[in-house]
Ligand binder design. Structure first.
Ligand code: ADP
Length: 427
């Protein structure tokens, strides 16, 4: 069988009573992005989608520190011992609800918690309510994301322990948006056995961002996303490009892991697999050592030998560093290549979107990528683009057939929106 999706029942399980406690009116959603040693959070008021407070608990399991910031500008930093995620959540509850940095009178004002999950594989094509079954599925696919999924599960269990199981929790997957890719886009030309035995295929990542900015683009240009062919470029430390046809991801540049596709800050992007095997043989690297080279020592850092950060590279390039220039040229060229490929894959293009730290802020990159793209229907407006950082703006000429936009991404907000939509369905 080619198609072997094992989708979870969207609303599997039930959420027990308890949620009455005034949460319906409060509409505050806590968004959690947990890693193995950190826990980033945002508390969002869904009445106006504003951020009430945000911060991070760092160095979990190895000391501990909380950095907390409220919307009205109060900032709090403290070294605290976080042996596990549980202590980090306990501290978070304390900071959010008591003392001078509090933003809620009681934790019962928080209606639900939304968690970002890196890998949902073929099990999750949309966000779901957390149940025991959902948690064990996320755990069972840990092989596909060993650095992320086990940490997410630990964090969700700690959150349940501290908040109580009656507070609904929702999981939002980086991979879910890309589950609409057809097999011709997600299969690798490897023996089919490895797909069947080990689920080796393209999953794609940054799905929450590509979904957010493509939907927002539709709103901004006043068109139904179902009628649009869009290419979204999420360019940051990690970068990926997505072909969004009729609101659905039909192809994306990241693959089995977030290593594939574009060259990034420290990741290589696509490489001929034979080159990897050749280097392993020559250097006597183990798979783990080779993985470190590909994930941590390549990309901007590997080529320039000075930094992974796009800003440092542009500065060095301006000062005449040829390797920094080369890294920049490679990145821009690769983005162009994907745009051409995805326009061909979709049979046309209506809009191109730039997002992520580099996409939103680097106007020179946007200009270089859109240079000489008139053949595709892109008429770039250099004057409008010049100097623009981090704001929603159309940067193509009015006559341009393909609209080019900067759309700042907001993954946390989309996680909060999904969380709210799911808890409304179960209330
Ligand atoms: P992540 O993938 O970690 O979420 P970001 O989306 O925050 O990363 O992007 C980080 C990248 O964005 C860095 O390479 C940084 O140089 C770049 N960046 C951030 N701010 C600016 C800016 N003002 N101008 C140009 N590049 C920027």
């Amino acid at each position: 069988m080619f198609y072997k999706r094992k989708r979870m029942n969207r609303l599997a399980g039930t959420v027990s009573a308890g949620r009455e406690r005034g949460r319906k009116q409060q509409m505050k959603i806590l968004v959690i992005n947990a890693g193995s040693s950190s826990l980033k959070y945002q508390l969002i008021d869904m009445r106006d989608e504003s951020v009430i407070a945000k911060g991070v608990c760092e160095r979990i399991g190895d000391g501990g520190k909380i950095k907390h910031k409220t919307a009205d500008g109060r900032e709090y930093v403290e070294e605290v011992d976080f042996p596990t995620h549980t202590e980090a959540f306990e501290k978070l509850v304390e900071v959010l609800s008591t003392g001078e940095y509090a933003v809620v009178q009681s934790m019962s004002e928080i209606s639900a918690v939304g968690h970002r999950i890196v890998q949902g594989a073929e099990y999750f094509s949309e966000s779901v309510l957390v149940t025991d079954e959902v948690l064990s599925t996320i755990e069972n696919i840990s092989d596909l994301a060993p650095l992320h999924n086990p940490a997410h599960v630990k964090a969700i269990r700690a959150c349940q322990k501290v908040f109580g199981k009656e507070v609904p929790e929702v999981v939002v997957f980086d991979t879910a948006f890309h589950q609409t890719m057809p097999p011709r886009a997600y299969m690798f030309g490897l023996p089919y056995d490895y797909y069947e035995k080990y689920n080796v295929r393209k999953y794609g990542f940054h799905g929450t961002s590509h979904r957010f900015v493509s939907a927002r683009l539709g709103e901004l240009i006043g068109k139904n996303i179902k009628d649009l062919k869009i290419i979204t470029c999420h360019l940051g430390n990690g970068s990926s490009i997505c072909a969004v046809n009729g609101g659905q991801s039909v192809d994306t540049s990241m693959g089995f892991t977030p290593l594939d596709g574009l060259m990034m800050g420290t990741r290589s992007g696509s490489v001929d697999p034979s080159a990897v095997l050749y280097i392993m043989e020559k250097e006597g690297f183990t798979p783990k050592e080779m993985s470190d080279v590909l994930n941590k020592k390549s990309g901007n850092l590997g080529i320039s030998r000075i930094s992974s950060d796009d800003r440092d590279l542009r500065k060095a390039a301006a000062e005449g560093n040829p390797m920094a220039s080369l890294a920049g040229e490679m990145f821009r060229y690769q983005i162009k290549r994907y745009i051409g490929a995805y326009a061909a894959a979709m049979g046309g293009l209506d809009a191109l979107v730039f997002t992520g730290g580099i996409g939103e802020n680097s106007y020179s990159l946007r200009e270089a990528v859109c240079d000489h793209m008139e053949f595709l229907g892109i008429e770039f407006d250099k004057a409008k683009n010049e100097g623009v950082r981090g704001e929603e703006l159309e940067i193509s000429k009015l006559s341009s057939k393909v609209k080019v936009w900067i759309v700042p991404t907001n993954e946390e907000l989309l996680i909060a929106r999904d969380t709210l939509a799911i808890i409304k369905r179960i209330q």
